[in-house]
Design a protein around this ligand. Sequence first.
Ligand SMILES: CCCCCCCC/C=C\CCCCCCCC(=O)SCCNC(=O)CCNC(=O)[C@H](O)C(C)(C)COP(=O)(O)OP(=O)(O)OC[C@H]1O[C@@H](n2cnc3c(N)ncnc32)[C@H](O)[C@@H]1OP(=O)(O)O
Length: 160
Amino acid sequence: MSTSPETTIAGALTPHHDRCFVCGPCSPAQVELDLRCPGEEGIVGDVVLDARHQGVPGIAHGGAIAAVVDEIAGSVLTRLGVRFVTASLTTTYHAPVMTGERLTCSAWIESTVGRKRTVVVELAGAAGRVVTGRALCVDVPEEHFTRLGLGSEVTDLFGR
Ligand SMILES: CCCCCCCC/C=C\CCCCCCCC(=O)SCCNC(=O)CCNC(=O)[C@H](O)C(C)(C)COP(=O)(O)OP(=O)(O)OC[C@H]1O[C@@H](n2cnc3c(N)ncnc32)[C@H](O)[C@@H]1OP(=O)(O)O
């Protein structure tokens, strides 16, 4: 748990389910991710992709980076209590992300139109910006999950 006065995502979402592919402690690919909420909206943090996430040896896999972008974008919304799914995700790779490289991230809501929210995620290394992601997230009713046979194990996760 962070000792900063900022709210941590882990604290805000606890108990978060432990099998999440990106952030879950039971995931063999769990990404080192430390997200904080400096204000009313948006989040900042640190992320490190390691050898489990490489594509080209020594360089983080673009798909792994996209998963992290989706996770961070989703965290912006879940902390606001928004029940959503990602409808579309675009990831622009400005420069290689080396495995073991510590990145800073920042993410915020760029626009809200009806049920659609666009969340921007920026990742930067010591030399500057490396990735810009945009997630189009669509608000969904609880029935989106219950009609799939999913219950409170999913619906209770939002808004923590
Ligand atoms: C499971 C969520 C995560 C749980 C988190 C728990 C807490 C965890 C804590 C920590 C953060 C973790 C963060 C994790 C993040 C991961 C998020 C995911 O991976 S979500 C799984 C992958 N995504 C799907 O499974 C969607 C599948 N697609 C659908 O279900 C539907 O297509 C859906 C709901 C997106 C839209 O279907 P409709 O029938 O409800 O609505 P229509 O009318 O089609 O669309 C609404 C509006 O959106 C536009 N739209 C829909 N899809 C679009 C697209 N691909 N591109 C552009 N626009 C699109 C449409 O044009 C429409 O716009 P107009 O209102 O007319 O202006």
